[in-house]
Design a binder for this molecule. Structure first.
Ligand code: SF4
Length: 104
């Protein structure tokens, strides 16, 4: 049930609340998204920190881009953005693992 404003209109759900509805089965030790080795992060790789809707990419204290794909929604955005640069290896998780979307 969604919250309502004083005028009776439904309050739109925040994206974080919607994402929280999803469930993930992590394939421990077998990440389906990996960053290939690099000396300096490319512009495409740095961009993933801001564009991944699940926040799987981050810049660590050494200025390196890291990926933690446990909450990945398998949208493919990072795969498309790095198609030319080849910065990442991307595969679907093995059967039974990965995201389960909750609709409604
Ligand atoms: S596939 Fe989508 S959700 Fe998963 S890591 Fe890439 S951008 Fe993020």
């Amino acid at each position: 049930m969604s919250a309502k404003k004083a005028n009776g209109e439904a309050v739109p759900q925040k994206i974080e609340e919607k994402l929280y509805q999803n469930r993930y089965l992590v394939d421990a030790g077998r990440p389906h998204v990996r960053i290939r080795e690099y000396a300096e992060p490319s512009a495409e790789l740095r961009r993933l920190v801001n564009v991944c809707p699940a926040g799987c990419y981050a810049i660590n204290e050494q200025g390196k881009v890291e990926v933690m794909p446990d909450g990945c929604m398998e949208c493919g955005t990072c795969r498309v953005l790095t198609a030319e640069s080849g910065d990442i290896e991307w595969n679907y998780p093995r059967g039974g693992y990965g995201v389960s979307f909750k609709f409604g």
